[in-house]
Design a binder for this molecule. Structure first.
Ligand SMILES: Cc1ncc(COP(=O)(O)O)c(C=O)c1O
Length: 386
């Protein structure tokens, strides 16, 4: 198993903190946004006497309420098209296990969410990357690039929309291009849409579940982690109209018995979160994105793609080895007793040698902290490069 580029430097951050250095965590997508009160109250006010197992696929009421949420988002599905999972992570694991055998291949535009590597290895599946570039803001690579990579072992294409770590939002036209290719070659199109609510600049999210004619190929991965700032709840889901996939994923769900009951209660209640919660959260992220991009662009030699969604960006730095630089930031550098932790981007690629001078930055901290963080980064780069 590969180590997580997001978490592997944690011991160095802990050491820095022990030395009294404040560490700004730009490495991990753990938002500082408050969890909706309705979700917390549902757990606090619950008079449960036996904390029982839940149903393996999640309760009927939760799945029905969830189907209504999707209908509001122009996705026409029913409770039967949903399997509740323990996080989007488990939804990905179940999906990989359900649709692929060891040695099969999955095509993923890179850079991609680093744990896709881990999930693939756990399922014995080989990742075949197709490279997206910072120069094009990480847009969908030309569809011919996908076509060139398809072999008899290819079972699926996986996209993350909006993207972690790129912040790229696929357009309706791009989804249609992918739909055409998966139908032509009889593949699955898995879309990790855990950031589906985080879309900026008046753009609209187009889900693979909205594409008609793709019912047997489309699998959507979702999660409450980011939508409601409930990362610790560990609840997600698989959504697909493909009955065979649902039936197979259910077997995986039965083998692990159920998702955690309190977290399911919180997740179901979270669906009553008022719209103004999201309006405020989106406004906050837009402000943060604008701040971090503007500040990063002021640093000589830094290149950054402007995200249209999610809360990450990839920054190219004037360093040879971002891994070394990120560790050095924690071990040796501080500005007025403060430093920053970033995720070296090489771990978000599966092609060796790519992303070596890039880092992923999560803009999950408040604006003032982001400004301080970039100031630290700027001064660190000056020291590091002299
Ligand atoms: C793109 C993407 N997919 C899946 C996950 C896993 O989320 P969960 O907390 O629901 O397991 C994450 C978490 O950061 C993510 O960024």
């Amino acid at each position: 198993m590969p180590e997580s580029p997001i978490r592997k430097l944690v011991p160095y951050a802990e050491d820095a903190k022990k030395r009294g250095v404040k560490v700004f965590h730009l490495n991990i997508g753990q938002p500082d946004i408050k969890t909706p009160q309705v979700a917390l109250n549902a757990v606090k006010n619950n008079k449960i006497e036996v904390l029982a197992y839940a149903r393996s696929e999640g309760s009927e009421t939760y799945r029905e309420k969830l189907a209504k949420y999707y209908k509001k988002n122009n996705i026409n599905i029913t409770a039967q098209d949903i399997i509740i999972t323990t996080g989007g992570s488990e939804a990905l694991n179940f999906t990989f296990g359900s649709i692929m055998d060891p040695d099969d291949e999955i095509i993923i535009p890179e850079p991609f969410y680093a744990n896709y590597n881990g999930f693939s290895i756990a399922s014995g599946v080989n990742v075949v990357p197709v490279i997206s570039k910072i120069e094009n803001n990480f847009a969908l690579p030309p569809i011919e690039e996908f076509e060139k990579l398809i072999t008899p072992k290819t079972k699926a294409i996986l996209i993350c929309n909006p993207g972690n770590p790129t912040g790229y939002l696929y357009s309706k036209e791009e989804i249609k291009k992918l739909a055409a290719i998966v139908k032509k070659h009889d593949l699955f199109l898995i879309a990790d849409e855990v950031y589906r609510e985080f879309v900026y600049d008046g753009l609209a999210h187009y889900s693979v579940m909205q594409e008609s004619g793709l019912e047997q190929n489309a699998i959507m991965i979702d999660s409450v982690s980011k939508r409601y700032s409930m990362c610790g709840a560990r609840i997600g889901c698989i959504v697909t109209k493909n009955k065979e996939v649902i039936a197979t994923a259910l077997k995986f769900a039965q083998a692990r018995l159920s998702s955690p009951t309190y977290a399911l209660i919180a997740s179901e209640a979270a669906l009553d979160t008022p719209q103004n919660y999201f309006d405020n959260v989106i406004a906050e992220y837009v402000d943060r994105r604008n701040t971090i991009i503007a500040e990063l662009q002021k640093i000589d030699g830094v290149k950054v793609a402007k995200p249209k969604g999610a809360f990450y960006c990839i920054a190219e730095l004037p360093v040879k080895n971002a891994d070394h630089f990120a560790q050095w930031l924690l071990e040796e550098f501080n500005l007025n007793n403060e430093t920053v932790m970033v995720a070296p981007a090489a771990g978000f690629y599966s092609t060796k040698g790519l992303g070596l001078n890039q880092v992923r930055i999560a803009y999950v901290l408040k604006k003032e902290d982001l400004i301080s963080s970039v100031k630290i980064l700027k001064s660190a780069l000056e020291v590091y490069n002299t």
